[in-house]
Design a protein around this ligand. Structure first.
Ligand SMILES: *[C@@H]1O[C@H](CO)[C@@H](O)[C@H](O)[C@H]1NC(C)=O
Ligand SMILES: *[C@@H]1O[C@H](CO)[C@@H](O)[C@H](O)[C@H]1NC(C)=O
Length: 412
């Protein structure tokens, strides 16, 4: 059984409603914290949270789930003075949990409560039957929704931690602890599929099920003991096949300090590089694209082009590739569509950002934050049980996109 969601707009966070898949079939549906509105997905988030309805089922402080919920408290959240701490023997003590908004960086304490989530099961083609299950969620003040996309009812954390949405779906519905994420390009609807299943995407001449190939060559997820985010191992970067000269260990995760490493983030639109890495990558890309006419920088982008004369390929404007050279000798190749962001009027900019000093000094600052634009139109599968992930590569190269999931197809 797995849970699938289809999304509306992507910026800066993905809003998804959810679909479920079952071992016998699949479920398709919205994932409302009761009111039918979608949740924003936060790949690094520890919890599910939303503003709560007035009468809601609280959780006793002495319960073990209260201890678990508080273990996930983001470093920036001050603990509440109003009690609700785990372990209190007071039978009337209602557990407090801490909701974190990845867009604003704000945080708020509120009751941990139990909320019904619903979705439709599907076999990858047909919506079959609705499923409802209860999940632990942190209750947040309405104000915490600020700076999330309008219409969002809260956040669903997708981290490795025990109260994230994939962890709760797996334990409640007895499905595999894994999820697939396919972030759409603008104006399209992507997908998040929980619990396993077929990943059938419409394509010409026929639909493709990516499940087999994406599971075939998994890569390790690296764990940072300081958080529940997903890191992956990078040895180096090559621009137009030219290996950049960066210090050995430039991308290493320091597990003791919790710093460095390369981390996936749906809360970051464009991949953000530590300033030394950014300079090296940008200078190299600048050099290999010398032949393309320039446009004025368009902050935060420093390198912008007039691409009206550049041939367009299936995988975007024909510019040199960048390879992330991974642990184990494989590459994550980024072609034109992943490297540039297009603004119309023939303007396209190099879609990477440099970490400011403040960001570099922040808690657990990584070397590279691999952002939504570079994940876009890649089907990614995160297996929390095995500690691995897999990628389809850029779907445009297969003449399809994350917008081509269609779970209602068989019924229509
Ligand atoms: C499930 O599918 C039905 C019929 O297609 C649809 O009307 C309903 O909104 C879906 N439920 C959810 C929770 O998305
Ligand atoms: C990975 O990328 C590097 C740099 O572009 C290249 O030299 C190497 O052959 C690639 N390896 C594979 C397995 O494709």
């Amino acid at each position: 059984m797995s849970l699938h969601s289809s999304s509306s707009p992507v910026l800066p966070l993905l809003v998804l409603s959810l679909l479920l898949l079952s071992p016998r079939g699949t479920l398709a549906g919205r994932c409302p914290p009761a009111n039918g509105a979608p949740l924003v997905l936060d790949l690094a988030g520890p919890l599910v949270w939303s503003p709560c309805q007035s009468p809601h089922r609280t959780v006793p402080c002495k319960s073990s789930v209260c201890t678990v919920a508080n273990r996930n408290r983001p470093a920036s959240c001050a603990s509440s003075a109003n009690g609700g701490q785990p372990g209190s023997a007071d039978p009337n003590c209602a557990c407090t949990a801490y909701a974190y908004n990845p867009a604003s960086g704000q945080c708020a304490g509120g009751d941990l409560f139990s909320v019904p989530l619903s979705a439709n099961a599907t076999d990858g083609n047909n919506p079959l039957f609705p499923v409802t299950f209860s999940a632990y969620s942190a209750c947040a003040p309405d104000g915490l929704l600020e700076s999330l996309p309008s219409g969002a009812a809260g956040v669903a954390g997708l981290s490795r931690q025990p109260l994230s949405l994939p962890s709760q779906v797996a334990s409640r519905l007895k499905v595999a602890k894994e999820f697939a994420l396919c972030l759409p390009g603008s104006g399209q609807t992507g997908a998040a599929i929980f619990g396993g299943g077929a990943f059938v995407i419409q394509a010409a001449p026929q639909p493709i099920d990516f499940a087999g190939e994406i599971r075939q060559n998994p890569l390790p997820i690296l764990k940072n003991p300081k958080n529940g985010a997903y890191y992956f191992g990078v040895r180096g970067i090559a621009v137009n096949q030219e290996h950049l000269n960066l210090p050995a260990g430039a991308f290493d995760l320091d597990r003791r300090q919790g710093t460095g490493g390369v981390v996936f983030s749906t809360a970051t639109r464009f991949t953000t590089l530590r300033s030394d890495i950014y300079s090296a990558v940008m200078n190299a890309f600048d050099a290999v694209t010398r032949g393309i006419p320039r446009r004025k920088p368009f902050p935060p982008f420093q390198l912008c082009y007039d691409v009206s004369g550049v041939p367009t390929t299936r995988v975007g404007p024909a510019v040199p590739n960048i390879d992330l050279m991974l642990d184990g000798g494989r590459n994550w190749t980024l072609p034109g569509d992943s490297l540039l962001v297009q603004f119309g009027g023939g303007t396209a900019c190099f879609a990477f950002d440099s970490m400011g000093n403040e960001q570099s000094a922040a808690f657990y600052s990584p070397a590279v934050i691999f952002g939504a634009h570079q994940m876009e139109n890649n089907l990614l599968l995160f297996d929390l049980e095995k500690g691995t992930f897999g990628s389809s590569g850029l779907l445009l190269g297969r003449s399809t996109t994350c917008g081509n999931f269609n779970f209602a197809m068989g019924s229509s």
